[in-house]
Design a protein around this ligand. Sequence first.
Ligand code: GDP
Length: 296
Amino acid sequence: MVFEGLAEKLQNTLHKLKGKGKVNEKDVNDAMREVKMALLEADVNFKVVKDFVNKVKERAIGAEVLESLTPGQQIIKIVNDELTILMGTTQSKINFSSKPPTVIMLVGLQGAGKTTTGGKLAKLIKKQGKRPLLIAADIYRPAAIKQLQVVGGQVDVPVFSMGDKQNPVDIAKAGLEHAISNGNDVIIVDTAGRLHIDDELMGELQSIKSNIKPHEILLVVDSMTGQDAVNVAEHFNEKLGIDGVILTKLDGDTRGGAALSVRAVTNKPIKFAALGEKLDDIEIFHPDRMASRILG
Ligand code: GDP
């Protein structure tokens, strides 16, 4: 499970503090040095780590904490609070439009998990009583359209496609029209990814965006890619403007750095966490629960 290494290190470090009757400034500094190392090893962005450690220190070194009866426990609570804040404090849901259809555009690098996540989201949204339509606008990756059709079939959600010979912008526009005339109140557009960010891909996504005016542009980020994921998120946000992030592969043996950095770097909420290949393996992202998971 994600964060295992980080969780173990943080728990060990903080456990030492908890055992102490009295804690002084040096104890806090020593512990924070270990926390810093653990976060860097988990591939959390350097600046994010620095800010995080400084904030915890500032709060922990205050007289009310050090002179309290349970300083160790209070410091653990501060770390827990700050981890929660780092990941966004509160859960963030999809903003459904009051004028359907709600338009959701999934973007991200190839292999991040867009197509799979499209199916997962469609299933989740359908469970809420809505009538989603998946739109296959990835015409470049071989078999992407077929994959979306299979996924759609599994979750019993229709898939709009025009094959791979049409322009993705036209496909997205036609898909939206199709949704309107068929009473679909949510569309989820599966867009193309590339192995690396390139201008052509961004240009295409920008053009889809200006044509179908999404209510939600959700960036699908593979959490196995650590800090790289954060660079990707920063770039997509700059060029396209994203509304939120979906972290995938949190079930993997990842170091977790992306989950802890992406919110701070983009200032955009993490809306969902995907935890497996099955189409039920998705949940609303809860920063507080994730923090508690890390601190044990
Ligand atoms: P796309 O290129 O972005 O559309 O990515 P795909 O949806 O094809 O996913 C790429 C691979 O990652 C596939 O083998 C998926 O089964 C796998 N995958 C997607 N999401 C998850 C996840 O949350 N956990 C795990 N373990 N694998 C995932």
